[in-house]
Write a protein that binds this ligand. Structure first.
Ligand SMILES: *Cc1c(COP(=O)(O)O)cnc(C)c1O
Length: 472
């Protein structure tokens, strides 16, 4: 299951190595820092990797969001920006590309993914309605809650167990959907089902095609709408191709199209799969819903033919969507993630398994068994990786989970993870070797590491700006 596709490809050609389907045309110098510089930088950043300056970072694995390297074709597309206020040529190109690859009828461009989440939440949620989802994504859930929705996690239990080898840990548990329906007292109190593939917070884990069909059947039976977060759906499609019966000979493109056909609409942060630095969109089939969204996009994002993006951005997104659907691209992209993950597994370092689509998730709870969860073990692990070698990663645990709006307590998630997120087409295998060795060093020195206390806590999405100090 965790076979490295790079290796698999190698075996096919009698043990020859296989490399990325691109070569480097332009480079951006990065520099190393001294231990003293890093100690000062992380202290000044309140032990929060979000608050580090990028100049102080050597290998930046904070996120795969907007950190993609664009292709020469995308850069050429940038020069074809039609910056007319209304009716830009690039909008129509993007609309046609979305229709071709994702298959929805109507497109609403937005400045990035959360712009789309804001609009769909405002239009499709009545205060007090339930919104079931497969685990949660930070901005998705926040917009649902701000619109008065009550988020309900309906992901299968296996997703909360970092060692469980289920091949589709992003799947929805239909019994949990039934339970939400019962609690809601009827389908009229469910706004819609909100599903994302892959599931970031579970470790980049995919949903199967069989599961998405089951959710569709459930929605048809009860008359509930079904919307999809397609931010990383091309990556999800790779896992379906690799693991699900009947899909080995289907292309990423075919799998994405079929997957979307079971849903009523979707939103996307183009900063992930679509290989750009900024952009997003919302797409729906229903005419009335589209009308409402088009009214709202003008208020919050921009005219309905640009939605906060420049014409050139829309062109780059359109080309990026096409490139993201190429099987060779996706094999190399996820192959690099597998490569890093397998190095760590060979050293018995606890990571979430199976290895997911966009990064490696270190199991901080397991690594720092001696640090209680309310002393933020994952936050500290991210700080230690930076201190060791200037590698920037991200906490995905109790800090990211935030507080329960009702009780005001921390939410105590089962997973306390550090995410090493791999930007697309940016780093080489040598960078991955450096990262793996840094993780090993920090892991080997885990016993002497202490926890943190939070000294500043923002109200919303606290992980972005919270500040910490080591416990005395
Ligand atoms: C990044 C992301 C979003 C939010 O998109 P932004 O472009 O960062 O606003 C929503 N859903 C998922 C699954 C994401 O990864």
């Amino acid at each position: 299951m965790n076979q490295n596709p790079l290796r698999t490809m190698g075996q096919q050609f009698s043990r020859r190595s296989w490399a990325e389907p691109w070569k480097i045309k332009m480079v951006e110098p990065i520099h190393t820092t001294t231990k003293e510089e890093r100690e000062r930088a992380i202290r000044e950043a309140g032990y929060n990797t979000f608050l580090l300056r990028s100049e102080d970072v050597y290998i930046d694995l904070l996120t795969d969001s907007g950190t993609n390297a664009m292709s020469d074709r995308q850069w050429a597309g940038i020069m074809l920006g039609d910056e007319a206020y209304a009716g830009s040529r690039n909008f129509y190109r993007l609309e046609a590309t979305m229709q071709k690859y994702y298959g929805y009828r109507h497109l609403v461009p937005t400045h990035q993914g959360r712009g789309a989440e804001h609009l769909i939440s405002k239009v499709a949620i009545q205060p007090g309605q339930y919104v079931p989802g497969n685990m949660y994504f930070t901005t998705t859930r926040l917009h649902q809650e701000l619109a008065g929705g009550i988020f309900q996690d309906v992901i299968i239990d296996e997703a909360h167990d970092p060692g469980n080898l289920h091949p589709f840990k992003g799947n929805v548990d239909i019994a949990k959907l039934d339970a939400v329906l019962k609690k809601a007292g009827g389908a009229q109190n469910i706004a819609y089902i909100s599903v994302a593939g892959t599931v970031n917070m579970a470790g980049g884990q995919p949903i199967s095609m069989a599961n998405i069909r089951d959710v569709r059947a459930w929605c048809d039976k009860h008359g509930v709408r079904f919307f999809l977060d397609v931010t990383r759906l091309a990556e999800n499609a790779f896992f379906i191709q690799e693991r699900e019966q009947g899909y080995r000979n289907k292309s990423i493109r075919e799998i994405v199209k079929e997957f979307c056909s079971y849903t009523d609409g979707a939103w996307m942060s183009a900063k992930k799969d679509a290989l750009v630095n900024i952009g997003g969109w919302l797409a729906v089939n229903d005419d009335t819903l589209f009308d409402n969204l088009r009214n709202l996009v003008v208020v919050y994002e921009g005219l309905h033919t640009y939605g906060g993006m420049a014409g050139r951005d829309m062109e780059a997104v359109a080309i990026g969507i096409e490139e993201s659907m190429e099987d060779d691209h996706m094999r190399a992209r996820i192959g690099q993630v597998y490569y890093l993950g397998e190095l760590l597994l060979n050293w018995n370092i606890p990571i979430v398994q199976p290895i997911g689509g966009h990064g490696i998730f270190l199991n901080a709870k397991k690594i720092y068994e001696h640090i209680p969860q309310n002393q933020f073990p994952a936050q500290m692990l991210a700080a230690q990786l930076y201190l060791d070698s200037g590698i920037r990663s991200m906490e995905r645990g109790i800090v990211s989970a935030g507080r329960d709006p009702e009780t005001g307590d921390h939410r105590y998630p089962k997973l306390d993870l550090v995410r090493l997120t791999i930007p697309r087409r940016v780093y080489t295998q040598a960078h991955m070797d450096v990262v793996a060795e840094a993780v090993k060093y920090v892991y080997d020195n885990r016993a002497s590491t202490r926890g943190l206390t939070m000294v500043y806590e923002p109200r919303d999405l606290r992980f972005f700006q919270a500040r910490f100090e080591p416990v005395a």
